[in-house]
Design a protein around this ligand. Sequence first.
Ligand code: SAH
Length: 234
Amino acid sequence: MTRIAIVSAMQEELAAVLALMQGQQKQTIAGRDFWQGQLHGREVVVVLTRIGKVAAAATATILIERFGVQRLVFTGVAGGLHPSVQVGDVVVASEFLQHDMDASPLFPRFEVPLTGMSRFEADAGLSRELASAVRLALPEARLHLGLIVSGDRFVSTSLESRALQAVLPDALAIEMEGAAIAQVCADYGVAFAAVRTISDRADDAAHGDFMAFIQTTASPYSAAIVAALLDRLT
Ligand code: SAH
């Protein structure tokens, strides 16, 4: 049975998942607490990546190298970027891009140098299961599938979110970790999927919306989705 990692950036996104774990053992590596144990009868590793691309990439590398993880699932919150993606909606990633990667004119804007790629795909099978899990766990929520963009910025002005929408019109949501993990998983050939509940619209009201959402909604949403996913996976 392949080992699965369940990760979030922040405690508020993962608290309810951690509370459901059984027989867990903690191992601290690079200042992160990795919890190994059972969740819904499956062997899992659960960890907080911390916020941002470097923190997320380092955590993914440790999960793969030290824990032999072959499937990695991110659950958390994000800002809605596409006009159709509203607070409370859920986005499952089909692909990821680093919106702050720009080595032009040496390489095209957004392309990760020496990879020839700007977009990194989510694992199709795992993402399909994740989308089905969302439909089961949160039947009322509006579900979108598509591009998630990541960068080392909490985008909280309408000016910046509009500029990003103009240059990346198919981007559904914006966050700070997914594309970094996707790049590491692509390097290792590890399956990656991500689900993000929309906490804010990355606009002038984003900070207040974000704080309210993570305090009340993010954690139970994550727990419900993860439970439905683990029940479905073989
Ligand atoms: N300024 C925040 C810091 C948290 S960063 C605060 O006051 O606490 C936001 C976290 O949620 C990141 O892990 C990121 O992945 C996600 N996120 C949610 N909305 C976002 C947005 N509008 N822009 C970027 N990341 C966002």
